[in-house]
Write a protein that binds this ligand. Structure first.
Ligand SMILES: Nc1ncnc2c1ncn2[C@@H]1O[C@H](COP(=O)(O)OP(=O)(O)OP(=O)(O)O)[C@@H](O)[C@H]1O
Ligand SMILES: [Mg+2]
Length: 418
């Protein structure tokens, strides 16, 4: 079939409102990609024209150029250079982290440039095409501004049926009210793209515990629900990406703690940097070891304001005290956990604490740990959630026998009953 001087070859794929084909330009035999639109009404035609104009005006190494287009008679189409594959497939092929990060930075550079003029609205791996330039894999973003069309489709689909086309890259505000979209919605998508590139996971199984520590802060900040909490522009994100691993994290953390204490300001904003370096470095034992020294007010701010991030740090800590722990250090863990228990109402946090204390005391036969555990349980034995956590933690004979020695008869009776 020939359309507007192009002979269609293999179909590459089709999306919300168009089909993409490999094609041959008849006049010179060159091979291109052609996107043929399927538009519903005049309104969409006007928008399609406008978006072609918009994308044509974007000239950047990481944006797919529009070579030629027809918006006079139907079918409307435009042509572009033919890429090797999209990012979705490319991700399956690369495993070297540096390479992934280079690709990601290129994508971010393209987006940063585009943001001077336009919001993409539908940034996702299918709209990022990998080209080979001078032997180097080079990503280029396509479908700028066309997100309006695919969002039309995916929104309708998600409203009528549960799982079809759920747009995991689309920021929450974009679904709630498409009119409020700004460049921060693209930042959200960029965060999800970094997530899948780094973890190799599917975007629909988004789970912060799967993110390697040095990327946790960056990805969670980019993917915050509230646009005000995200990076406000691509540059902020890129800067964090370049500085993701501080040279001497322990020193930095101690300085930061001192700074917060001196300022006597424990707001979310003030403890954000600390949350960031902690979460980026919680793989290091030296960082985990200093956690119990964090002043109480700072701990509270971390637990209240940087919940998700700090919980992951806590999980790393918890993993590190799971096995053999120095006898004396057991008591440090117990005091630290007891403090956190008082500071946080989060069930996730509390369950982690109860579970660990029950096992730690029994495993090391450490009476201070047994006492701490029982103090928490005894003073909360009217709280069914906590008692259920305790019951679960005491499932094994070893933990039960050790800890029953410290619990009051009343607590034990409740535990046996529920
Ligand atoms: N210039 C190109 N070179 C190679 N492949 C391309 C090019 N442009 C698009 N593609 C691929 O063609 C397929 C169809 O693209 P299309 O934009 O129609 O769908 P989509 O990106 O999946 O959805 P959406 O409608 O949301 O953009 C995708 O796999 C896309 O990655
Ligand atoms: Mg597309």
């Amino acid at each position: 079939m020939i359309i507007g001087g192009y002979e269609l070859m293999d179909e590459i794929g089709s999306g919300g409102f168009a089909d993409v084909y490999k094609c041959k330009k008849i006049s010179d035999g060159s091979i291109k990609a052609i996107k043929i639109a399927d538009l519903n009404d005049d309104n969409e035609k006007i928008r399609f024209k406008r978006e072609i104009r918009m994308q044509s005006s974007l000239t950047h190494k990481n944006i797919v150029p529009i070579l030629d287009y027809n918006t006079v008679e139907e079918p409307f189409f435009y042509t572009m250079p033919l890429g090797k594959m999209n990012l979705e497939r490319y991700i399956e092929k690369v495993s070297v982290e540096e390479e992934k990060i280079e690709i990601f930075k290129d994508i971010a550079e393209g987006l940063k440039y585009a943001h001077k003029k336009v919001v993409h609205r539908d940034l996702k791996p299918g709209n990022i095409i990998i080209f080979c330039e001078d032997g180097v894999a080079t990503p280029k973003i396509c479908d700028f501004g066309l997100g309006k069309f695919s969002i039309r489709d995916s929104t309708i689909l998600t409203k009528t049926s549960h799982y079809v086309g759920t747009p995991y890259y689309i920021a929450p505000e974009q679904l709630d009210n498409p009119k409020t979209v700004d460049k921060r919605s693209d930042i959200y998508a960029l965060g999800k793209i970094l997530y899948i590139m780094i973890t190799g996971e599917n975007v629909y199984s988004y789970d912060i515990s799967k993110i390697p520590s040095e990327y946790r802060y960056i990805i969670t900040k980019a993917c915050e629900r509230n646009p005000d909490d995200r990076y406000q522009d691509v540059d902020e994100l890129l800067k964090d990406l370049d500085q993701r691993l501080p040279k001497d994290p322990l020193k930095l953390i101690n300085e930061e703690i001192e700074k917060i204490v001196d300022s006597n300001d424990y707001s979310k904003f003030q403890t954000e940097f600390l949350a960031k370096i902690l979460s980026q470095n919680s793989i290091h034992d030296e960082i985990l070891l200093m956690l119990p020294n964090i002043p109480k007010k700072i701990l509270k701010s971390l637990l209240d304001n940087h919940k998700e991030l700090f919980f992951i740090v806590l999980t790393d800590y918890d993993d590190s005290v799971k096995g053999e722990v120095n006898y004396n250090y057991c008591d440090v863990v117990a005091d630290f956990y007891c403090e956190i228990f008082k500071l946080s109402e989060s069930l996730e946090v509390r369950s982690l604490i109860i579970n660990r204390l029950a096992k730690l005391g029994a495993h090391h036969n450490r009476y201070h740990v047994g006492q701490t555990f029982s103090r928490i349980v005894n003073s909360n034995n009217n709280n069914i959630e906590i008692m259920l956590m305790a019951k679960k933690a005491l499932e094994s004979k070893e933990t039960r026998e050790f800890n029953y020695g410290y619990l009051t008869d009343k607590s034990i009776k409740i535990l046996e009953r529920i």
